[in-house]
Design a protein around this ligand. Sequence first.
Ligand code: SAM
Length: 285
Amino acid sequence: MLTLGLNSKPKLSYETFCLLRDIIYAKCGIFFADTKKYLLETRLVRRLEEKNLKTFEDYYYFLTYDSSRDKEMFHVINCIVTNETSFFRDHVQLDAFRKGVVPKILEEKAKSIGKTFKVWSAASSTGEEPYTLAMMLLEDGLQAKGISIDIVGSDISDNVLRACEAATYEKYSLRNTPEQYLRKYFINNGDTYTINKKVKEVVKYRKINLVDSLETRQIKGVDVVFCRNVLIYFDDASKKKAVTHLYDSLNKGGYLFVGFSETLHNITRLFRPVSIEKSVVYQKV
Ligand SMILES: C[S@@+](CC[C@H](N)C(=O)[O-])C[C@H]1O[C@@H](n2cnc3c(N)ncnc32)[C@H](O)[C@@H]1O
């Protein structure tokens, strides 16, 4: 099948589009509807150039048979998913976490022997979300109350996890960060800011694919999950899978935050939606 256009730009045929979307879907749960064919074509053309491949068919064979196909798949994911995030993103949800959810969990902890407050930032991208949650819990003085803080940040992409480990951020990413946090929890390098040791100590990173139960099973005993702005890329079947995995990782009574524009309506009845400080949060019952 010849797939070169007049100006020699590779063209994505419908058949090859279906083959590519099937491997992407199987790997990470992201589904490209027929209407998104052009999007996939424009995003992946860079990878063909990078790999010196002339056609999308060659690229499909590369992704299927080459010994470096797993590594390449992560470049594919980086091309199709935005990693956009920032510190203190969506203050309404963070208010719900701090004013509603944290006190409730602490109340429960006071009655039990478990003295660790565990949060999972699933699909954390470059780390701003887990570090924000860590700073909020440190600021609430949990450690002084005898509660240790354990935050797990995870993502499917190696690239973003490397940025989490480096923990150095441009000012733009910090645009919503209150001054008092900047002073207390960051080292100012001039144009960039680095997370300080106190915060880094309570955050660990793991590579986890949310639609893979073997991987999500590593995370257990979680009090609160943040899984924001990733479900929008999934079809209903992948959403159901990911949300069931998050449910299994949560403690009974634990809470799940999804993105402000995301909902579990028609996806699962495992959780009870509760309204806290103007946000809908999902509780494991
Ligand atoms: C827009 S970012 C969300 C960042 C952060 N949660 C927030 O709301 O600010 C979406 C992230 O989802 C990750 N992702 C995409 N598919 C995934 C999957 N199947 N499992 C885990 N992470 C995934 C991407 O690598 C990307 O870093």
